[in-house]
Write a new protein. Structure first.
Length: 84
């Protein structure tokens, strides 16, 4: 029984670390590039432009503070407004 216990723990730890790495957020600089590319390819209404600009500014502020997770959330909200 003891011979099986250690390999199971090692396997579980490996699976957990792999999933944690995959769940990491995209660097905010990359997400900002994606947002700007989507902005360039679409024509939002003036009201949507104001919302998108506000979300982009908030995202950049969080990105500058090295808070990639929240920055990505703002950029994702802006992309949803753009339909992406």
């Amino acid at each position: 029984m003891k011979n099986l216990f250690l390999p199971i723990i090692v396997l579980a730890a490996g699976i957990y670390s792999t999933n944690a790495a995959l769940a990491a957020s995209v660097p905010c600089e990359e997400m900002l590039k994606q947002l700007r590319a989507v902005e360039a390819s679409t024509k939002p209404s003036d009201a949507d432009k104001a919302k998108i600009s506000d979300l982009e500014a908030k995202g950049i502020e969080r990105c500058n503070a090295d808070d990639d997770k929240r920055a990505d959330e703002f950029f994702t909200q802006a992309m949803k407004i753009l339909g992406k």
